[in-house]
Design a protein around this ligand. Sequence first.
Ligand SMILES: Cc1cc2nc3c(=O)[nH]c(=O)nc-3n(C[C@H](O)[C@H](O)[C@H](O)COP(=O)(O)OP(=O)(O)OC[C@H]3O[C@@H](n4cnc5c(N)ncnc54)[C@H](O)[C@@H]3O)c2cc1C
Length: 456
Amino acid sequence: MADVDVDYCVVGAGFAGLTAALRLTQSGHSVALLEARDRLGGRTFTEVRDDGSWIDRGGAWIGPGQDRIYALMDEFGVPSYKQYTDGEAMMVVGGKQYRYEGTIPLTMSPWAAANLGAVFLELGSMCKTIPLDAPWQAKKAADWDKISLAKWLDDNVLSTPAHELLETAIAGCYTSAASEVSMLFVLYQMASGGGPSFVLGVKDAAEDARPVGGMGAVYRPMAAEIGDSVYLSQPVRRIDQDAGGVSIRSENMSVRARRVIVAVPLAIASQIRYEPMLPVDRSFLHQRMPSGAIFKIAAVYDEPFWRADGLSGQSAAPGSAATITIDAGTNAATPGVMCVIVEGPIARDLGRLGEAERRRSVLGELAARFGHRAASPVDYVEQNWSAERYSGGAMLSHAPTGVLTEFGHALREPCGRIHWAGTESSPVMCGWVDGAVRSGERAAREVTEHDGLFPA
Ligand SMILES: Cc1cc2nc3c(=O)[nH]c(=O)nc-3n(C[C@H](O)[C@H](O)[C@H](O)COP(=O)(O)OP(=O)(O)OC[C@H]3O[C@@H](n4cnc5c(N)ncnc54)[C@H](O)[C@@H]3O)c2cc1C
């Protein structure tokens, strides 16, 4: 068993842990970054193909206001490129295809479009009442934390197609059924990104751009700068605190440090044994903030043929095996990459099918939307995040009803020498890569401030 003695230990090499370890290293501290998997990136995972193109199997897009991931990209010389948005998007409801431009499908009935517009405005003004540092202190926090997103949609969206579209779009962000997620959490998470237009939009919103080379082009040089202090394939099993420091044990490593930053998804953090036990509120928070289910699939073609047909590649078909699609290529003529995202209950259903049947269902949907060429990709890559032991689902952990008001205060509170990072702990851009970066920077500041050792 290798023994390492350092100033600080960081658990988890997703963007939160990598950023914390990077900032601590840069300010002259010794660090050990322990990662359970044999790869970096956590909920981001970039696969580089033989032709130099790349597929982001996890987090991929960035947008305005996500200043900390942009700052990291600048630091490592990684440029961004804009998401392809020319042409029309498509919406499939009740077996009918509607083509439209912009965020709201105005080609649906005027009643449905008006309903959608009104709900966007209402959600926007509700978000403005949420204090990001303490959403449980919002004036209506208790009322909103009592009800699920499903209940709020039932009470506020009367048009059936508008309801279907909104339920798919909003519950999809939490990769769960709308009945599983607290309305207060929905408002908090949306507010942390600036409101519903940012969360649900593409251009000038959450899917505005991507790093050239994918997220891996950012996390690889981060890890290179941290250097030999990154230890892969080291799932941390146990953290013991005492008066003098903290001992962290993985499968075959033991680290002694002044403090530890745990940067793993909330529900996964409960797999670690803490001695002494964590305070009850933190421990209960781990038990109460699950992640949802998501498949992210890339169908790769010789070219993005849908562009020539006047389609942007964006489509939404509530309930279908290709619920959401978005063009995941670049401006290069080849290859064309169609990204398919399936979330929540449909993703769980899809997970029960055999691989071949799942592929047939997904490609059948794509062909119905984009024509027969969509049925024959040259490559097909699927990632089932629910089956990932060290993610336990994705994209983010969500709070069911009652959790934020009762346990939200424990999201960032250190427990002795244990500090917490991870996108879920960021009051800004909670759930995005940018939130993970912010949480890593905050945790790095926090440990050194607690020790009276301010970073240089
Ligand atoms: C399909 C998908 C699409 C997404 N799309 C976007 C997007 O377009 N834009 C965006 O901004 N965000 C997106 N996200 C969300 C984004 O990827 C996450 O918010 C972000 O990557 C979370 O980073 P993190 O460091 O907080 O957590 P993670 O990335 O989950 O990192 C935690 C790390 O801890 C490790 N770990 C777990 N347990 C242990 C243990 N016991 N010991 C040691 N290590 C452990 C894990 O292996 C992992 O590497 C998406 C996510 C998914 C899955």
